[in-house]
Design a protein around this ligand. Sequence first.
Ligand SMILES: [Zn+2]
Length: 118
Amino acid sequence: MELVTEAVAGRREEARHCAWCGRRLPDSSRIGRPRRYCAQPCRQRAYERRAAVQRGGLPEDAVVLSSAELADLQDRLFQLRCAAEDIATAAADGAARTELHRLADELVHTARGLERLR
Ligand SMILES: [Zn+2]
């Protein structure tokens, strides 16, 4: 149990995401300010969105998340992936039915947490 927790904590630490599209950013060992976007088009769209917000010209169906809300959502998505990977690993290792059942319950619990957008 402790081992699983440590593995999840390790994976969580390395998770950095593009501030526009949410894709995982490659681990960067570069010195200096960490990159915020995965590519130039994402940087450009983020700039355009900021400009639109400032003009008050957002489309009616726009969903605007604060960067803290987005980070929280990405964190929960990452937890979901970790929970799914834990089941896949346990199944591949021939885990007992009760263990798979416990992991499946955890996955359901984590997925429920994702129904909340903010
Ligand atoms: Zn991106």
